[in-house]
Design a protein around this ligand. Structure first.
Ligand SMILES: [Zn+2]
Length: 321
């Protein structure tokens, strides 16, 4: 993809603003879907299998759902509960059926604030296209986005939540907006230490994050292929690094690597199942940690909701008699 593509017709409006509505302590965002059906075809980064992805509008409340068009329309919700995340990619599944490498497409869906969409796919992996979220931004832009006549509650955490695993960590603290601070450290001359601060409310996803491509090291390729990964990977769809530098330059950003990590995290946050606000700090994390982090946030949120329900239950139970 040429850099000319970076200039698009519309600037993508980010997700939960302009403004969320408030009712008491609760925050709500507008539910959105797309206006028309659009599709894209390409090779899967890990499977090497070509698939066609068709985005369809969906009714309010249906959520973000993958639909295996080749398997009687089996529906797989894009939720953490149906996720298995390896460090290399995020996969959603139901029983034995999976859809892999969902994160870049989901990041674009998040960036547009889309809450309800059916993502039909006729195979096991979302096409990698150029390794970034930009082609999916163009695809959604072509479909158009429309408001649904409904709102969705925003998940606002009330206390810090953290996972630390050796040198890797990820943490969220309460905030009324979504902010991501990501830091990476690779002992490689082209990467080194990079950090990026992204504010979902004021920064432009389309310009700052969407073009950042996935990356891989030549030295890992054989290992990955031996376990069935990276089979579709090439200099066309990833930044490829050898021991000295970038094989297929130029980069789109000097710090393209950390920007891509922000992109991955935004995609993985779609698996919360509703918009989330908070200030997230991630250090050397990856899909596996992102996914466990989302799981922990949801578990804590569910427990708090149960407490709230119990209180309401005590107050109102007698009137049900
Ligand atoms: Zn990625």
């Amino acid at each position: 993809m040429r850099l000319g593509h970076l200039v698009t017709r519309h600037l993508a409006r980010s997700a939960w603003h302009p403004p969320c509505s408030y009712a008491g302590q609760h925050m709500y965002a507008q539910r959105k879907t797309i206006k028309s059906k659009v599709s894209i075809t390409g090779i899967g980064l890990h499977s090497g299998i070509y698939t066609r992805v068709a985005l369809h509008p969906a009714p309010a409340g249906s959520g973000i759902t993958f639909v295996r068009a080749d398997l009687d329309g089996l529906r797989i919700p894009a939720l953490q509960a149906s996720t298995t995340a390896l460090d290399h990619a995020t996969t959603v599944g139901k029983d034995d059926v999976q859809v892999g490498t969902v994160e870049h497409l989901l990041a674009a869906v998040m960036a547009y604030g889309i809450t309800d969409i059916d993502i039909h796919i006729n195979g096991p992996e979302v096409p990698i296209i150029d390794g970034s979220a930009l082609p999916f931004m163009h695809l959604i832009d072509a479909a158009g986005v429309r408001d649904l006549q409904a709102e969705i509650p925003v998940l606002r955490i009330t206390e810090p939540i953290e996972i630390v695993e050796g040198e890797k960590s990820i943490r969220i603290v309460p905030s009324n907006r979504l902010v991501i601070k990501y830091k990476i450290e690779f002992d490689h001359p082209a990467i080194g230490r990079q950090s990026f601060h992204y504010d979902f409310q004021s920064d432009n996803f389309l310009r700052k994050i969407a073009p950042a491509r996935t990356f891989g090291f030549m030295r890992d390729v054989e290992k990955l292929r031996a376990v069935g990964l990276a089979r579709g990977g090439s200099v066309e769809n990833a930044i490829v690094l050898d021991d000295r530098g970038v094989v297929n330059g130029p980069l789109r950003f000097r710090d393209e690597f950390v920007r891509h990590k922000v992109l991955d995290l935004i995609g993985d946050l779609a698996l919360v199942g509703r918009p989330i606000v908070g200030e997230i700090t991630a250090h050397r994390a990856g899909h596996a940690l992102h996914s466990r982090f989302v799981g922990k946030i949801l578990a804590i949120a569910a427990a708090q909701q149960e407490e709230a329900v119990e209180v309401v239950g005590q107050r109102t139970a007698p009137s049900f008699a």
